[in-house]
Design a protein. Sequence first.
Length: 478
Amino acid sequence: MPEKPKPAQKPRKVHPERSRRVGSARFAKATDERAEAYTASIDVDRRLYRYDIAGSIAHARMLAQQGIIPREDGELIVRGLEEIRQEIEAGRFEFRRELEDIHMNIEARLREKIGEAADRLHTARSRNDQVATDLRLYLKDAVGAVVAALRCLQGALLDLAEANRDVVMPGYTHLQRAQPVLFAHHLLAYFEMFDRDVGRFQDCRQRADVLPLGSGALAGVPYPLDRELVARELGFSRISDNSIDAVSDRDFAVEFQAAAAMTMMHLSRLAEELVLWSTAEFAFVQLDEAFAGGSSIMPQKRNPDVAELARARTGRVYGNLLSLLTLLKGLPLSYAADLGECQAGLYDSADTLLATLEVMAAMLPATRVNAERTQAAAGESYTLATDVADYLVRRGLPFRQAHGVVGQLVRYADERGKALSALTLAEYRRFSPLFQEDVLKVLDVRSAIEARDVPGGTSSRQVAVALKRARQRLEGTS
């Protein structure tokens, strides 16, 4: 039987002194402690303290310069905010949930320190343009950290590629051995992926580099502000053009999340290959013990835990992106409390991405490549079949016909359990009279690699050029 409905709980009594919410003079009742706990964001947005203080200092200086507040009050405010920053960084600051967010926690402490002058700080601004400014400042720094971490990972990839520049491995399509390539060429594919990621983050930073402060709650403010002065002090290249858009825009956060999701996807692909390559079935690489996990019951195990977790945490970043897109899709202009929910996922994505980039960059240099195994695998599974087809093309046969001839040849060899190199010339000529004695010279892995001497190809000359160019690109950004 269904349970009987429980009687509604009586509202909990809250002492009026507990309610310090913004606009509390408007209300006769104190905030219910459950509502207070539910709506407080201080546990999430406290990490914005540096940006909030920097924005407030710039704002106070501008207000004083413009004669909107007394100059002595502006100086008091700036000194008080600098002291608060020191308190927070020294761990002496008490964050209070009843004050809702980082903005009001700082403002309340400022009033305790300097008195009534603190009440002038919020002149000509709203928490709406304040938090938008804080988030953009945070994101610009986050982009800088991510780009630096991406460059570090690219450097680790280049080091590993250069240390193994002559190692041959099978290239894959459909996870089936396809054609032999240089191991360095394979790693350079990831260098290119991460280079595109750098570009996406840099693009994101450009669009985040806009000052919203001065937009007020949504309509602008009736004071003679010098917004360009604030922008210069905070390092913004320009100011927002529309006050409604400025307070409601979170496109920059979506863009960061999308770039983070793409980068995590690339990291996950690299992680997946490391997982595969480190198995006994592949045995292409051995991961260092410092980046491996063990088993609780199987003492022989060396599990690729770091790579597996990088692969798994990609889904977490995807989820943060989808959450933010879903949050924004139904919001009318301009500001709503919903926008506060964009922060937790943004911080989680940034933290997850940075941690993953850093651990992968540390793991790669400690990875040992089994060159003998990769070389052997590169010559197995008929990986030189395309080279045999190209041999026929050079003797005048159209490629599509050559493809058909070699397909029959491979089937013949496979049915007899032979490698192409084990077939006799007579067996080759059963499929085409164009085959001559020199066809056997084609069946060499190194020759197949060197034959692909075109820009972007896998020949040793082209890979050496690509490695040098990649190194120059990397050093040119440092």
